[in-house]
Design a protein around this ligand. Structure first.
Ligand code: PEP
Length: 253
């Protein structure tokens, strides 16, 4: 059975006190309200991780993640964060290849391949983001484009490694825009991602990988998206900044 995951990407939002208040509220509400088969992941700004970790210690199914990680183990990389650092503060997940990182920091598929590999070697679960621009979709090239992102960043992994990766399909045109992919568009792409994984790693691995949808998922559209057979959860930006909205999405399963 694939894991159902609702992950919140706080991006560059919340001061420390605001972040701690949000994490506490999520933990308190999640306890009673989130269905037992659903895991939550809070991907906070790196500077908040260690203190949010202390809050999540008492929570059963609320995990902690970083939003980015260096492909280098350590050294002269000012401002970067290593896998060991992320592990050492108690986080178990790391978002890799978010479209904002690809756009503003020019992260490449090859660089992300190294990061995914290093994260796995260090025992972190990568949430690997992929997704096409509007121009690519309008040109009818979205399936091939995403397939190439998978190929260049993930297909050197072993089957065992791949089974530990979480994929987030995030069409760039839907991120932070209020325009959500329709449930048919999401299912088409998730099914094609799973078929591609099956071709490379076999049906068993493809059946194990959780594929999350991201892009303006909100309480009022989550149920329909999460009902799709190949949608195994969500990566939530804006709606993860309010505990009630975030939990409402998790309750939509
Ligand atoms: C994201 O940043 O991963 C995201 C999906 O953002 P939003 O939910 O705000 O579209």
């Amino acid at each position: 059975m694939r894991r159902k995951i609702i992950a919140g990407n706080w991006k560059m939002n919340k001061t420390l006190s605001e972040g701690l208040a949000l994490a506490s509220e999520v933990v308190n509400i999640a306890q009673d309200e989130v269905p037992s088969g659903v895991s939550l992941v809070l991907c906070t700004p790196a500077i908040h991780l260690s203190q949010v970790a202390a809050i999540l210690k008492s929570a059963d199914r609320v995990f902690l993640g970083a939003q980015n990680m260096s492909e280098h183990e350590s050294g002269a990389y000012t401002g970067d964060i290593s896998a060991d650092m992320i592990k050492s503060v108690g986080a178990g997940y790391v978002i890799l290849g978010h479209s904002e990182r690809r756009e503003y920091h020019h992260e490449t598929n090859a660089q992300l391949a190294a990061r995914v590999k290093l994260a796995l070697n260090k025992g972190l679960t990568p949430i690997f983001c992929c997704g096409e621009s509007l121009a690519t979709r309008e040109a009818g090239e979205h399936v091939g484009f995403v397939n190439n992102q998978l190929k260049e960043s993930l297909y050197e992994l072993s089957a065992e490694e791949m089974s530990k990766v979480v994929i987030a399909y995030e069409p760039i045109w839907a991120i932070g825009t209020g325009v959500t992919a329709s449930s048919d568009q999401a299912q088409e792409m998730h099914q094609s991602i799973r078929a591609s994984l099956a071709g490379q790693f076999g049906e068993q691995v493809a059946g194990q990988v959780s594929i999350l949808y991201g892009g303006s998922m909100k309480p009022d559209n989550a149920a329909e998206l999460l009902a799709q057979p190949d949608v195994d959860g969500g990566l939530i930006g804006g709606a993860s900044l309010k505990a009630r909205d975030f939990i409402q999405i998790a309750k939509s399963y």
